[in-house]
Design a protein around this ligand. Structure first.
Ligand SMILES: C[S@@+](CC[C@H](N)C(=O)[O-])C[C@H]1O[C@@H](n2cnc3c(N)ncnc32)[C@H](O)[C@@H]1O
Length: 398
């Protein structure tokens, strides 16, 4: 049976009843097989196969979407869809637009977010994704603001939109440097402002800075400490050259011009910047804003003599700091009563797993062992977590 006809059947009375039976269940493994056999006695086989496939994808997609349990997904569509926390942040750039074209809409992850701001024309060349984008818009209560179309995005008339968002498909095994590795290629996306001024492009977090033209903004987005993606904003939407944003709170950091940051010995606290900050090349700017210093010209760790709490870095308390000496390390850790370490390596080569095995620790404390360089010398820092103050019990430094 044709894929769309199968999906349509899921929206009919029998399909809906079957989906209700599966709601919230884990349909993988032996239990799933048993359930499938049982359901095939009551429902058509193909309907059961399609419903169970959707249920499996919905369960996985629940990490990205609040309403995943009612949405429709393909495996590729779910994997490539923007998580709600990211698309909700990104959509605010289109505030004030009357109608935005969502080019390469996939299953509609960005579409349902942007449609909360304005009308959206959603286009994809995959008919199954177009069908799902429409359904998912309905699930999010924005269907009346969305029109969907199946087409190659290169053929779409943009005369009546005042904004464009494009999320090209990533080709598997794509290299970092080659612009043509997405479909449509980034070069094509970067030409869009000739037709519509306000353009946002979703990009992989590995995007090289130098492919972003003068006047555009490159934003790196992390959710907590996980770097998720980048967005490239045309001059009409740009508000900085580079930006690091940390979600879910939406804290955002841009360049802070000023004098070079001093390099000094590690003090009592070590700051490990968020990966969005390091990818955006804003470590020096963060240091200036916090009035802390670097431990090396090249290394993205910062140090302070006070506990600095910032959304843009993890703060650790240094309990031991010395030039790297692997032979002495087990004895040093034993003396500090450290029984378990997370190893954080930056700027120093070494096999972390082999080191873990050699340490043979037995103390009662858990610490972070930082392998790094201080003023270009290999260095070891032993650090403990610093509790983050809750609301009202300390000042959060921006
Ligand atoms: C990364 S996914 C989009 C994900 C979407 N933003 C979301 O959050 O759900 C890329 C989509 O681009 C579509 N696509 C790739 N090249 C296209 C083209 N030339 N024209 C139209 N759609 C295209 C693919 O079919 C796929 O659905």
């Amino acid at each position: 049976m044709d894929v769309i006809a199968g999906l349509e059947a899921l929206t009919g009375p029998q399909g809906r009843a079957l989906q209700e039976r599966l709601r919230g269940l884990d349909v993988g493994g032996a239990e799933g097989l048993r359930l499938g056999t049982q359901l095939r006695r009551e429902f058509p086989t193909q309907l059961v196969i399609d419903a169970m496939a959707q249920q499996e994808l919905r369960r996985r997609a629940s990490a990205k979407f609040r309403l995943a349990a009612d949405m429709f997904f393909t495996r590729d569509g779910w994997e490539q869809a923007s998580a709600e926390v990211v698309s909700t942040h990104r959509r605010t750039r289109f505030r004030g637009c009357a109608r935005v074209a969502d080019l390469c809409c996939g299953i509609g992850g960005d579409l349902v977010a942007i449609a909360a701001e304005c009308a959206v024309r959603a286009v994809d060349r995959d008919p199954v994704h177009v069908w799902m984008a429409r359904q998912n818009a309905r699930v999010h209560g924005v269907a009346e603001r969305v029109d969907t179309g199946e087409a190659d995005v290169r053929d779409v008339d943009l005369a009546d939109v005042d904004g464009v968002f494009v999320d090209p498909a990533r080709r598997s095994g794509a290299g970092r440097k080659r612009l043509g590795e997405s479909e449509p290629p980034l070069e094509w996306c970067l030409e869009l402002p000739r037709r519509v001024g306000k353009v946002g492009i979703k990009a992989a977090p590995g995007i090289p800075h130098d492919v972003v033209p003068e006047g555009w903004e490159l934003e790196f987005v992390a959710v907590d400490r996980e770097l998720k993606e980048a967005a490239v904003w045309s001059p009409a939407l740009a508000t900085a050259r580079t930006r690091a944003t940390v979600l879910p709170a939406g804290d955002t950091l841009v360049a802070e011009p000023g004098t070079p940051v001093a390099v000094g010995e590690p003090a009592e606290f070590l700051l490990d910047p968020n990966p969005a900050v390091t990818r955006a090349g804003l470590v020096e700017d963060l240091a200036r804003g916090l009035d802390v210093h670097k431990i090396d010209e090249q290394i993205a760790f910062l140090t302070a003599d006070r506990a600095v709490h910032t959304p843009f870095a993890r703060t650790l308390r240094v309990i031991d700091s010395a030039p790297w000496n692997q032979k002495q390390l087990p004895a040093r850790l034993r003396a500090l009563d450290v029984g378990a370490v997370d190893i954080r390596r930056r700027g120093l080569a070494g096999d972390v797993d082999a080191l873990h095995r050699k340490l043979r620790l037995s103390g009662s404390r858990r610490a972070t062992l930082v392998m790094t360089r201080v003023r270009d010398r290999p260095w070891a820092l032993v650090c403990l977590d610093v509790p983050v103050p809750g609301p009202g019990d300390g000042s959060l430094v921006p």
